[in-house]
Design a protein around this ligand. Sequence first.
Ligand code: GAR
Length: 224
Amino acid sequence: MGQKRIVVLISGSGSNLQAIIDACESGQINGKVVAVLSNKPFVKGLERAKKHNIPAITLQHGDYSSRESFDNALANSLVGFNADLIVLAGFMRILSPDFVNQFQGKMLNIHPSLLPKYPGLHTHQRALDNGDLIHGASIHFVTAELDGGPIVIQAQVNVESNDSVDTLAHKVAQKEWIIYPMVVSWFCDERLTLLGDQVYFDKTIIKTQGISYESLDSNAKPII
Ligand code: GAR
């Protein structure tokens, strides 16, 4: 099986991008990050890409007259890079349904909450405000519903009474840096598929909340 061509979309720091680049370089992922696209200029994630000699491209939505024309430019770029997988890693922009449909089954997103809890912004603050004892991150296939596509995996963190938004964000990020490379490796090994709105791992249906990271065995084999 040849290496998959991965394009990562970012808007900021790119710490998840870094985890994925590192996992490609170490061989954990049978794939290659062939481009990094950001909708914001000068962000740290673009610098990270350049350090690894990966084309780092800014597509500023302000330069386009409409959401559709921006999404068209983005789609053309992804097709130009011949992307097998599109990884949204802190990409903070809503994509139009046409765009999402064009790449359905090939596009993953990570979101800092245990979906379906807290789609949208300020997830850590909302978990604290609600007195949640458990919080976490989810990876899902992207569909036209915002943060609503079929879930692949969730990882949990405990919320302690002295947690702040910052400490909680850091705890969640540490889990994200583990689960995102893992899920990308599954996709590149063709073990993960989206059929309709159902996720399959090794041809077995994954339950609605996704695989639980906590239930993985020592070989990281999911118990479904
Ligand atoms: C991550 O925590 C990711 O879950 C979140 O943005 C952060 C990006 O960090 N994504 C969203 O909120 C998407 N709705 P990074 O740029 O350091 O990878």
